[in-house]
Design a protein around this ligand. Structure first.
Ligand SMILES: Nc1nc2c(ncn2[C@@H]2O[C@H](COP(=O)(O)OP(=O)(O)OP(=O)(O)O)[C@@H](O)[C@H]2O)c(=O)[nH]1
Ligand SMILES: [Zn+2]
Length: 196
């Protein structure tokens, strides 16, 4: 993927303010904010935020706008798309794989656009359920396929390094739309193909 331009994100527009608040948090947790190892940390964290919170500015129409006319009204699956998101409860990462299947209705999207859609939806504060349904809803809206199914697998660091401390536990969420809702054989085909 080409480097994304993060210069016009909300984080970029508020860079100095955010750096100041990060510095203040460091001070309040008991750190010496003037020690050498921490001097650049507020700026580094802010640059990281520009990237991991760039989803707020995403334009879904722009992402899925490049679609081609094609009479393939059969299952298309893009699977194992790796994602990293941040849980809205703890601001801790959750991550895993996303599998997307759809039945085009005369319009197909470039395969990379599904990965771009995943980036746009996951690079903001989220819950896994909303990641799943947002992808399905946007796909239905922008591509108007006969139907789609989205499966998201996630490991949540807020459940691993803290709290209940259960590393390795996985959450699986799915969203079905259109023909996938009524056609059990289609759902089975999708599930067996993402397992292989
Ligand atoms: N449904 C859902 N829950 C999530 C997600 N990410 C984190 N959580 C949960 O959000 C809940 C927040 O619960 P609270 O009781 O308000 O917070 P907490 O005291 O830190 O909870 P514990 O994690 O149980 O210590 C926790 O149960 C998390 O596991 C997600 O993507 N979906
Ligand atoms: Zn959490």
């Amino acid at each position: 993927m080409p480097a994304k331009d993060y210069t016009n994100t909300s984080v970029a527009r508020n860079r100095k303010l955010i750096e100041g608040h990060i510095r203040e948090i460091l001070r309040l947790i008991g750190e010496d904010v003037d020690r050498e190892g921490l001097l650049e940390t507020p700026a580094r964290v802010t640059r990281m935020y520009e990237e991991i919170f760039s989803g707020y500015e995403a334009d879904y129409k722009d992402i899925l706008g490049v679609a081609f006319d094609e009479q393939h009204e059969e299952l298309v699956i893009v699977k194992d798309i790796v994602y990293y998101s941040q849980c809205e409860h703890h601001m801790a990462p959750f991550f895993g794989n996303i599998h997307i299947g759809y039945i085009p209705s005369g319009k197909i999207a470039g395969l990379s656009k599904f990965a771009r859609l995943v980036e746009a939806v996951t690079r903001k504060l989220q819950v896994q359920e909303r990641v799943t349904s947002e992808i399905a809803n946007i796909l239905m809206e922008e591509l108007t396929p006969h139907g789609c199914m989205v499966v998201v697998e996630g490991e949540h660091l807020c459940m691993c390094s803290r709290g209940v401390k259960k590393p390795g536990s996985k959450t699986v969420t799915s969203a079905v739309r259109g023909t996938f809702r009524t056609d059990a054989a289609l759902r089975s085909e999708f599930l067996s193909l993402i397992r292989n």
